[in-house]
Design a protein around this ligand. Structure first.
Ligand code: FAD
Length: 478
């Protein structure tokens, strides 16, 4: 009996329930990946995600080869057709996958399941990527939670059991004469080589995920509570792209904490788990409010008076040339490494949506294309949270002051100096507000504003007041 293991965003062999299911009683196994970006339209993977995917698939193929198998790659506009072809070629009767929760994936998988069932194949979907799937944690009235703290209080009381499913020691062979595409034909790699910063920063794949997890759990977790807000230190796990692509599962992280004898109810583990909880909550919200990647959950924002921009201001933000050092450092970190520290994501998003008063969807799109961890659920939640229009969002009037945020979370300016080297010689006092520095200091620092580094493209005080006025105009609407 041959079975198909359809890999999607679960690019690992450890704790993979779909793999475990596919192995049961199988004489042959087809580990399959189908590249069908059009099916994810309008959220087909962006450039940074495609880069990651390329390397993660290569890593998965190496792991499978080590166990006597190989990754079969296919490409098409319609995953169903690809699956039908593989079924016809191999006689496989079973297809196993780990469920995805984005609305388009859910609809596609339902359609595939129906079609394959009616032609005599069986499909098995399992939960491989979340602690709790959408619908598992509901209010007493069986409705969705909209407030994180209440959601998480209920969820944390029923964490799933560990231990987790081990990596098999060997895999059944591929059915004879089955061939797949070469990885290069998927064209996931950029044509122009802008990816050296990504390659320096990351090791995609299951082994890279575990290296990051161990480094974090054994060295950095102790400092997580204080360190997680500091972009100038490596205080967080940097597991987000690994989690997004399913190279490591949240259940495995839970298991790794327990294995180390760490108490989950106390700090620092409680804070780290809470962040994983936000990821769970984001998937829960997206499933219940599928329109939110494009539309604000708070309907009042449909009438929000955004500023008109001919593209100049958005471009300055994207390029890290707004003249606000913390914002610019964040956007340059993003462009170079495909990642941005969470604190800086919040500040950069607040600056775009409130000081520049540009629609959050423009920022979400830019992140989508440039983040290696771009994730529809987390990105939507993050942007709607900052813009003040999501479930359990920050109130609109909480506008981050990037100078104060910089002074508090990057006090000696190391983060800004790293990403905006033209400011490196400024003293700490002015590193987050170079336009306020006296002329002599600027010349001592070899810095001419407007030439070496932009002056602020908006005034922080007046733009803040304008944002609050715009908010007043809609806040009392029905
Ligand atoms: P850690 O602090 O080590 O947290 C561990 C894990 O918890 C993360 O890997 C991530 O999976 C999850 N997590 C942490 N914070 C959040 C959060 N606020 N919401 C949801 N999950 C969280 N995260 C993404 O994974 N993809 C995105 O596309 C994304 N877009 C964002 C956009 C904005 C505007 C904002 C404010 C946040 C966004 N985030 C996104 C959330 C957060 O910034 C990243 O998950 C985090 O910075 C990843 O770094 P880490 O792995 O070191 O986090």
């Amino acid at each position: 009996d041959a079975s198909i293991l359809w890999f999607r965003r679960d690019l690992r062999l450890g704790d993979n329930p779909a793999l475990a299911g596919a192995l049961a009683g199988a004489t042959h196994l087809v580990p399959l990946y189908i590249h069908s970006p059009t099916e994810d339209h309008p959220w087909s993977p962006g450039a940074a995600s495609r880069w990651w995917l390329h390397h993660s698939l290569a890593a998965l193929d190496r792991r499978l080869t080590g166990l006597g198998s190989r990754l079969i790659l296919a490409q098409g506009e319609d995953s169903l057709q690809v699956l039908q072809k593989v079924i016809a070629a191999t006689g496989a009767r079973r297809v196993h996958w780990n469920r995805l929760h984005e609305p388009t994936s859910v609809a596609r998988d339902r359609h595939i399941e129906q079609a394959l069932r009616s032609s005599g194949s069986e499909c098995f979907g399992t939960n491989g990527n979340l602690l709790f799937e959408p619908g598992e944690i509901l209010t007493a009235q069986k409705g969705p939670y909209r407030v994180f703290s209440a959601y998480w209080r209920r969820a944390i009381a029923q964490l799933p059991p560990t231990p987790i499913i081990p990596i098999p020691s060997q895999l059944p062979p591929l059915p004879p004469e089955l061939t797949g595409l070469d990885l290069s034909t998927l064209r996931l790699q950029p044509r122009i080589r802008w990816d050296t910063g990504l390659a320096d920063a990351w090791t995609p794949g299951e082994e890279g995920a575990w290296r990051a997890a161990r480094d974090f759990l054994d060295r950095r977790l102790v400092q997580y509570v204080e360190g997680r807000d500091r972009p100038d230190h490596r205080g967080t796990s940097r597991l987000s792209p690994h989690l997004h692509f399913g190279e490591i599962s949240p259940r495995q992280l839970l298991g790794a904490l327990l294995e180390r004898g760490i108490d989950l109810d106390r700090e620092p583990a409680a804070s780290f788990l809470r962040e994983l909880g936000w990821r769970e909550f984001a998937h829960h919200l997206l499933a219940f409010f599928p329109q939110t990647p494009e539309t604000p959950l708070d309907r009042r924002f449909a009438a929000f008076p955004w500023c008109h921009d001919d593209g100049t201001r958005l471009h300055a933000w994207q390029q890290g040339r707004t003249g606000i050092p913390l914002v610019d450092a964040g956007l340059r970190e993003l462009w170079t490494t495909g990642w941005m520290h969470n604190r800086v994501r919040m500040v950069a998003a607040s600056f775009l949506t409130k000081n520049l008063r540009l629609p959050w969807q423009l920022g979400a799109r830019w992140f989508w294309d440039t983040l290696v961890d771009a994730d529809l659920a987390n990105n939507t939640l993050g942007w709607q949270w900052v813009a003040g229009c999501g479930a359990d969002a920050a109130p609109f009037f909480r506008i981050f002051n990037p100078i104060r945020q910089g002074e508090r979370f990057d006090p000696s300016g190391d983060y800004v100096r790293r990403w905006c080297p033209e400011l490196a010689r400024l003293p700490d006092t002015y590193i987050h507000r170079p336009w306020m520095a006296p002329r002599e200091l600027l010349s001592q620092a070899d810095l001419e504003l407007g030439r070496d580094y932009p002056r602020p493209i908006v005034d922080l005080t007046t733009s803040r007041a304008a944002a609050l006025a715009a908010w007043s105009a809609i806040k009392d609407a029905g």
